[in-house]
Write a protein that binds this ligand. Structure first.
Ligand code: AHR
Length: 636
């Protein structure tokens, strides 16, 4: 069959904003600590806790280290000797004074996942806060090793801690040997009590050489996209957990992401548990995100919690005083970003190194709320307050977690009726869905709220997925008068610490690589047009055979409709099964009608909040499986 594409260059379609394609950054898959944040020491302030993850202790990533006959005790304590009220635990080294003058006792940090990536010839900036009860001081040796027992990667640093007041000590290690399993040892000589906190090691060569900076290869990969905007800091990590503030000493560990926790000197930032199952140091916080957005020429687009938890938690906080405080915090955030240096929060920004305003123009309230009415009531309060004080800020609302359905329709109806500027949509669907929904926005109301497609991806990282995303993006672009912003999600994933896939950029401790979807995004972001030129095809070719690649399971099951679900590999082994008894939430997005064989790749998701588990046939270990998915329909 011949197909004809007619293009009329003189016809004018909608204008395309330069900011149309951007990135969505969330600290998932170790995107921040152990990822974009260049800090090499894990658990640097000894604040890890079983509340973050059941395997954690305050000494996670640390082990005792001794040399030359030195002995002692390394213990994490939380007492009046602490560094400050927001950094409560510290390491107390009790030194026995055994061995000669070269004897040392201390601790070794193994870094994130597989160890610190150390490159010969590179410089590494070390710092530690310390105090000693020894009048003559306590000698410190700081070494870089590879786990073999001695400091083989750099000439050790030496320092003497003096005085029983917390003081910051700094120094630089130059690596002589490379290793992907680097370890940092801090050890002391003599006797008495030495207190240590905020043990830190940064490569000197961070992105744009910023102190407390970002890992260069990852930041450069994001910058190479030329994103129009940077949505941050999440996602589910923003709006889940308690909305209470940090308040010593009994502070809630699982707090929603509250921007004031994340600014100021790093040693004064309160840590938090991350929704994705680990600790977040907030070493990369709001200031660093604004700075990064500016560095890569992207519009900063922060998301604040709306006091209705989404992501499976489905709880509306009913506390007017708390709501008022969060609204005030949001107004303060605008002041932090845009206020003059004479304002309270503008001054804070200036003190952190950026007297010039960041120029915030857009702000999102909430993320994927499942309770549209409760969300909208609170959103309305935020919107009223922000628009009355900052009428130029675009306040972005939400439509829940799905591309359609009751919650989605209700949220849209509320947003439309109230004349909201822009509504965020999220969906993760099969590649087939992306092909079939190219025309999704052709029929959207031109006079209603604009669309921010804040999160989307087709469910795998194969070439076929990238192609279907590209096809879908032509539909976004054709509707650039309605779809104003769009970002693939998630952005980053550590290959050894993955909660969610597919992802755009993958990395380990020493390398990073873009997925096929990264290439699609880069292509679109690097070539944003000015205006759509309308075109017309004589017909749309029908696919002659099932598409290869991840076909996906396009109709989701509910426990109300199914008794059993089973996913088996080609060799007959069971990969996943569920009888829907007792834990109905678990398989709400598991399978479709009847039973069938998925050609090449499938995507099975258990409920994110309950389990945070995802399984795809694209996992390296699974790549060659044909999956069989069987669902037994409930009788009657
Ligand atoms: O992008 C991963 C998660 O997907 C986000 O945290 C959340 O908003 C969505 O459910």
């Amino acid at each position: 069959t011949d197909y004809t594409l007619s293009v009329d260059p003189s016809a004018k379609g909608p204008a395309i904003d330069d900011t149309m394609y951007g990135v969505f950054y969330e600290d998932i898959n170790r995107a921040a600590d152990g990822g974009l944040y260049a800090e090499l020491v894990q658990n640097r302030s000894f604040e890890y806790d079983p509340a973050d993850h059941s395997s954690y202790t305050p000494l996670t990533a640390w082990t005792g280290a001794a040399a030359g006959g030195g002995t002692g005790e390394a213990k994490v304590v939380d007492d009046d000797g602490r560094l400050n009220e927001r950094n409560r635990r510290y390491l107390r080294l009790t030194l026995d004074g055994t061995g000669g003058s070269a004897a040392r006792y201390g601790v070794t940090n193994s870094g994130y996942t597989t160890g610190m990536a150390i490159k010969a010839g590179e410089r590494y900036d070390f710092s530690v806060w310390a105090r000693t009860d020894q009048a003559s001081g306590t000698p410190l040796t700081i070494g870089l090793g590879d786990g073999s027992g001695s400091d083989t990667l750099a000439r050790p640093l030496r320092a003497t801690v003096r005085g029983d007041r917390w003081t910051k000590y700094t120094g630089t290690l130059t690596a002589t040997t490379s290793s992907s399993a680097g370890r940092l040892t801090v050890a002391a000589g003599g006797s008495g009590t030495l207190r240590l906190d905020m043990v830190s090691l940064f490569p000197r060569d961070t992105y744009k050489h910023r102190p407390n900076g970002l890992r260069k290869d990852l930041a450069e990969k994001i910058a190479a996209l030329k994103p129009g905007f940077l949505r941050f800091p999440g996602g589910c990590l923003v709006n889940t957990g308690s909305h209470e503030a940090y308040e010593a000493p009994n502070w809630p560990r699982k707090r929603s992401y509250q921007w004031k926790d994340t600014v100021g000197p790093v040693e004064q930032r309160a840590v938090n548990s991350n929704f994705w199952g680990y600790n977040q140091s907030y070493g990369i916080g709001y200031y660093e995100y604004f700075q990064f957005a500016e560095d890569i020429g992207a519009m900063a687009l922060p998301v604040v919690p709306a006091l209705v938890t989404g992501c499976g938690q489905n709880k509306a906080t009913d506390d007017p005083a708390l709501l008022k405080r969060h609204i005030q915090d949001t107004l303060d955030l605008v002041e932090f970003a845009n206020g003059p240096v004479t304002s309270t929060w503008g001054k804070k920004r200036a003190q952190m190194g950026h007297p010039k305003p960041f120029g915030l123009t857009h702000l999102e309230v909430g993320n994927e709320e499942n309770l549209p009415d409760e969300f909208f009531a609170r959103f309305t309060e935020f919107r009223k307050a922000i628009e009355s004080e900052y009428p130029d800020i675009t306040v972005i609302s939400n439509s829940g977690p799905d591309d359609s359905g009751q919650t989605f329709d209700r949220a849209w109806a509320l947003n439309r009726a109230a004349g909201v500027d822009m509504v965020d949509e999220h969906y993760y669907n099969s590649p087939q869905w992306f092909l079939e929904n190219n025309q999704r926005y052709d029929t959207y109301d031109r006079s209603g709220p604009k669309v921010f497609l804040g999160e989307y991806a087709s469910q795998d990282n194969k070439w076929h997925n990238a192609l279907t995303e590209a096809a879908f993006m032509t539909g976004l672009e054709r509707n650039a008068d309605v779809v104003k912003l769009a970002s693939y999600a998630p952005l980053l994933a550590h290959e050894k610490a993955t909660q969610w896939r597919p992802d755009m950029i993958w990395f380990n401790n020493s390398a990073s690589w873009g997925s096929t979807s990264y290439e699609t995004q880069k292509l679109f972001m690097n070539n944003v047009g000015d205006r759509v030129v309308p075109s017309k095809a004589s017909a749309t070719p029908a696919p002659s055979e099932p598409i290869s690649g991840a076909v996906g399971l396009s109709t989701w099951a509910t426990s109300a409709a199914y008794d059993d679900v089973k996913v088996t590999a080609a060799d007959g082994s069971t990969l996943l099964s569920d009888d829907f008894s007792g834990d109905d939430a678990k398989w709400t997005k598991a399978t479709g009608t009847g039973s069938w064989t998925v050609q090449d790749g499938a995507y099975v998701q258990s409920d994110a909040a309950a389990e945070n588990t995802m399984v795809t046939a694209g996992d390296p270990a699974w790549r060659d499986y044909d999956l069989k998915v069987k669902a037994t329909k409930k009788s009657g």
